[in-house]
Write a protein that binds this ligand. Sequence first.
Ligand code: NAP
Ligand code: ZN
Ligand code: ZN
Length: 347
Amino acid sequence: MISAKGYAAQDPKSLLAPFNFNRRKPGAHDVQIEILYCGVCHSDLHQVRDEWGGSIYPMVPGHEIVGKITHVGNAVARFKVGELAGVGCFVDSCRVCESCKAGNEQYCDAGMAGTYNGYEMDKKTPTYGGYSNCIVVDENYVLHISEKLPLQAVAPLLCAGITTYSPLRHWKVGAGQKVAVVGLGGLGHMAVKFALSFGAEVTVLSSSASKEADARKLGAHHFVNTRDKAASKAVRKKFDFILDTVSAQHDLNFYLDLLRTDGTMVMVGIPPEAEPVEAFSLIGKRKTLAGSMIGGIRETQEMLDYCAENNIVSDIELIPIQQIEQAYERMVKGDVRYRFVIDMSTL
Ligand code: NAP
Ligand code: ZN
Ligand code: ZN
């Protein structure tokens, strides 16, 4: 075993606090990574506070991990000591089911091994995430990271990046299409960057009027404050594609009303409460309501390479780990501009 340190939640109510634990010694196929930066995803907060149910404690959150390789096992072929590497939302999967074979490990029939708040594929060894100084992962679940981009701003690509890139690619969003991004937070601001990069006309639908200037600075063509009834009415039946990144309860029927005929709305946000959908919101214009979860290893690498080529990173606020609770409080208020990233040297 190797000793590791990090920050953990002991239960849904207490604050994150320093925590010592063990990780496995790297085996023949493993890579050991010294974690330099870890992004703060709203999913961390949902799970720390057990908002989705079933949380496992103690919990070391964090699945937007970047760092330097400090050790590789004998059989590791794709990585060398000293290289940069990344780890996203899962660290293993069954490798033999239809989804795994297709490179969609996130949809593994046996259930992916989540980077934290989960178990290894033995279904009994708990996993601990990136709010920590090191991690040991099978090389097949580790990503190559370019030296070209500022590393701390790359970290959020491992979840916020791939979660927005994947559906935009899957539904072939591009030039000639009108796209709306609901919620300008960690995922939302990456969705805006990718949709613009793919050539779409992009509208931000935000509940925060104060984010208009930032949306425009990101390059969004239009901004609609969804609390403004008249402005929202003006974009009814307008969009080919809507990506919904909202983390809290909101009326899906209101957003479905903004799709044109044959339009598609994809949920990536995961509000803890169920959202009722009226059949009438879908049938009138043959609309599709769909969902998407992160992305597979192959596609995550494709996304990282695309970002390196096109100079795409996240807009971040770097924080010491001691400020994680303040970051969570701001996240609850929708005040993320636009991703908190923990500087792990402060641990
Ligand atoms: P975030 O940075 O906190 O952004 C969420 C945004 O949603 C807020 O900035 C806010 O934007 C908007 N919002 C919040 N409350 C709202 C409300 N009551 N009504 C309308 N809009 C509201 O969170 P994130 O890290 O981007 O994550 C967003 C969601 O995606 C979370 O639920 C997270 O768990 C989920 N997630 C899913 C996947 C996946 O694989 N599907 C992956 C990662 C995260 P405005 O101020 O612009 O309204
Ligand atoms: Zn995430
Ligand atoms: Zn599988």
